[in-house]
Design a protein around this ligand. Structure first.
Ligand code: TZP
Ligand code: MG
Length: 228
């Protein structure tokens, strides 16, 4: 095995939420449609499942992600990530510390960290995470927020800390196809550092047509990257 990490495309980062699926919509079908639409990275987030259910959802999701060559990360749970051979984990400020996660996971695992403040981002850089999830950009119904929304200017201030580092950044909370352009264009640091992608939950998961929901946002991110 090599320590070299495979390149990850953070452009459209889907965070799952099975409780938001429209009535009658199958979770795995929705996941696959969203990947076909342009999701480039998937995080399995299961806040209500017990361990057995989380494991089974993660395993089934991994099979779809592997088929489409899209990396899969697990929210919070290092054990589930190890059990299914996921590509990495996404950790919050009160989850397993990064240095402990690094010790437990394979050397090329992707580790991402939620960051709401400049101090959080500084610590994440010190810990050499692979990426930070910065926000909340806007308000959201999907998660009870524990820190104030920062807006696109606030995201720019958080990105400033990343200037000159290899740490990638995605923004999260309230991002939809209707504001994705504003988010990615507006959230630029004083040094011109941009987001690497957008993390989205409800605009894709709650859609009856996740293929097109993902495609709309992916197209916006790709256009920005082609012509920042
Ligand atoms: N972490 C911070 S906000 C959030 C998570 C998982 C939910 C964002 O959901 P949405 O539906 O994209 O606003
Ligand atoms: Mg967490």
């Amino acid at each position: 095995m090599t320590d070299k990490k495979p390149p990850v495309d953070y452009s459209l980062y889907l965070v799952t939420a099975r409780d938001l699926l429209p009535e009658g919509k199958d979770y795995l079908e929705s996941l696959e449609e969203s990947i076909r639409g342009g999701v480039t990275l998937v995080q399995i987030r299961e806040k209500h499942a017990d361990t057995a259910e989380f494991l089974s959802v993660a395993q089934a999701s991994k099979e779809i992600c592997r088929r489409h060559n899209v990396p899969i990360l697990i929210n919070d749970r290092i054990d589930i990530a190890l059990a299914i051979g996921a590509d990495g984990v996404h950790l919050g400020q009160t989850d397993m510390p990064v240095e402990v996660a690094r010790r437990l996971l394979p050397p090329n695992a992707i580790i991402g960290m939620t960051c709401n403040t400049v101090e959080h981002v500084k610590k994440a850089v010190e810990d050499a995470v692979d990426y930070v999830g910065v926000g909340p950009v806007w308000s959201t119904q999907t998660k009870k927020l524990t820190s104030p929304v920062v807006g696109v200017r606030g995201i720019g201030a958080l990105l400033e800390v990343l200037d000159g580092t290899a740490v990638k950044a995605v923004a999260i909370a309230g991002i939809k196809s209707t504001n994705a352009l504003h988010c990615i264009h507006g959230a630029v640091s004083a040094y011109g550092r941009s987001l690497d992608g957008l993390a989205v939950v409800s605009d894709i998961v709650a859609s009856r047509d996740p293929y097109n929901a993902a495609k709309r946002i992916a197209t916006i991110v790709q256009a920005f990257k082609a012509n920042p």
